[in-house]
Write a protein that binds this ligand. Structure first.
Ligand code: 3HC
Length: 328
C-alpha cells in the first residue's frame, strides 16, 4: 500500500511510478480537500461518475427551460415576462457551464447530447411534470430552485475543480430564481380567492416531486457512498431532503398555504420535521421515462437540436474560416 503524507512542501505533481502510487496521490489530494483538476491523474471510475452526474446536471438545466418556456407568452404582465425570460436564459447558461465542465473530462458535447436523446442519460425527474397554471411558475422557482440551491450549494466544494467553480456561478443566480418564485407565490397567496386556490393547487402538485429531486433514500442510492468518499457529494440525499423540508415548511406557513402532507409534524426530539412516505414507485417510474410529459420533453429537445443544426453548422464554418485566415 503506497501512502502519501501531505505537507506544504509535498510536490503532488510527483510522477508516481504506477497506478497504485497515482491513486494514493489522488486519494491524498481528495482527503486534503484539494481540487482534482483536468490534468491530474484520476481513477477511471471517478471520471465516469463525474461525467454521469455533471452531464445529467447539464441536461436538467436545459430540459428545465421547457416547463417555464411554456408560460413565457402567457405571463400576466411585462414585469413577470421579463423576470421569467431572465430566469430561463440563466438556466441555459447553467447548462453551458456544466457541459463545459463535463467536456474537461474527455467527453464531447455531441456525445452527451446523443446520450440524452437516446435515453441513455437522465435529467431531473422534476421536469417531467406539466406546468398547468401560472402559479406553477412561482412554485417551480420557490420549490424546484429552492431544492436545487440546497443540492447545489454543497457542490461548490465538490472535489472536481471545474464542477465546483461552475457551481459558484450557478448558485449566485439560483438565489434570484428562488426569490422571484417565492415572491410570485406571495402575490397569489395574498390575492383573490381564485389566485390563492391556484397557488395552493400548484403547491399540492409540486411538493412531492420536489422532495424526489434529492434522489432515492440513502439506503437505496447506489452512487452515494462512493461519491461521498470521493467528496463529489458532500451531503447525502436524505440529509439534503430533510434540510429542504425544514426550510420550506415555515415559508409555506408564511404564505398561508398548506403543505399537502397530513403526516408532516415538528419533532422536538429531532429538531426537524417528520414527513410522510414518498411514493418511490412514482419516482422510479419517472426516472424510467414514464413521467406525465416525459415524451414531450425529449421530443422538444430532439426537435430543437435538429431544427437548429444550421446554427451550429454556420458557427463552425465561421470558426473554420477564421482559423484559416489566421493560419494564412
Ligand atoms: N431525477 C432523475 N434521476 C435521478 C434523480 C432525479 N431527481 N435522483 C437520482 N436519480 C438517478 C441517479 O442519476 C442514479 O442513476 P444513474 O446511476 O443511472 O445516474 C440513480 O437515480 C440513483 O441515484 P443516486 O442517489 O445513487 O445518484 P447520485 O449519487 O448521482 O445522486 C443526485 C443523485 C442527488 C441528483 C446527484 O446526481 C446530484 O446531486 N446531481 C447534481 C445536481 C442536479 O442534478 N440537480 C437537479 C437538477 S438541476 C436543477 O434543478 C436546475 C435548477 O436550475 C432548477
Amino acid at each position: 500500500m503506497y501512502t502519501v503524507s501531505l505537507s506544504p512542501e509535498t510536490d503532488l505533481h510527483i510522477v508516481a511510478a504506477d497506478d497504485t502510487q497515482r491513486n494514493a496521490v489522488f486519494e491524498a489530494k481528495v482527503a486534503d480537500d484539494q481540487f482534482i483538476e483536468p490534468k491530474d491523474w484520476m481513477p477511471d471510475a471517478y471520471r465516469k461518475t463525474l461525467i454521469r452526474q455533471i452531464s445529467q446536471h447539464a441536461h436538467s438545466e436545459i430540459v428545465g427551460m421547457l416547463p417555464e418556456g411554456n408560460w413565457l407568452t402567457r405571463a400576466p404582465s411585462l414585469r413577470r415576462k421579463a423576470i421569467l425570460l431572465a430566469k430561463i436564459q440563466d438556466e441555459c447558461g447553467h447548462g453551458l457551464y456544466l457541459y463545459s465542465a463535463a467536456e474537461t473530462l474527455g467527453i464531447s458535447r455531441d456525445d452527451m447530447t446523443e446520450a440524452l436523446h437516446q435515453g441513455r442519460a437522465k435529467y431531473s425527474t422534476i421536469f417531467n411534470y406539466p406546468t398547468l397554471t401560472w402559479a406553477d411558475m412561482g412554485a417551480i422557482g420557490w420549490l424546484v430552485d429552492g431544492a436545487a440551491i440546497l443540492n447545489q450549494v454543497p457542490l461548490q466544494r465538490t472535489s472536481y475543480g471545474p464542477y465546483a467553480r461552475a457551481m459558484v456561478r450557478i448558485c449566485k443566480e439560483e438565489s434570484f430564481h428562488q426569490r422571484q418564485g417565492y415572491e410570485s407565490m406571495m402575490v397569489l397567496a395574498q390575492g383573490t380567492e381564485g389566485q390563492r386556490r391556484m397557488a395552493q393547487d400548484a403547491l399540492n402538485r409540486w411538493w412531492w416531486p420536489s422532495l424526489m429531486m434529492f434522489g432515492p433514500p440513502d439506503d437505496q442510492s447506489p452512487n452515494s457512498a462512493q461519491s461521498m468518499r470521493w467528496r463529489i457529494k458532500r451531503d447525502s440525499n436524505d440529509a439534503l431532503r430533510q434540510k429542504f423540508v425544514d426550510v420550506t415548511v415555515p415559508q409555506a406557513q408564511a404564505l398561508g398555504l398548506t403543505i399537502p402532507d397530513p403526516d408532516l409534524k415538528w419533532n422536538e426530539t429531532r429538531n426537524a420535521y417528520d414527513y410522510g412516505a414518498i411514493d418511490w414507485a412514482e419516482f422510479h417510474a419517472v426516472v424510467r421515462g414514464e413521467g406525465p410529459v416525459a415524451k414531450e420533453r425529449l421530443a422538444a429537445r430532439i426537435d430543437a437540436w435538429e431544427s437548429n443544426a444550421w446554427v451550429r453548422d454556420a458557427a463552425l464554418a465561421h470558426e473554420a474560416k477564421r482559423s484559416q485566415r489566421k493560419a494564412a
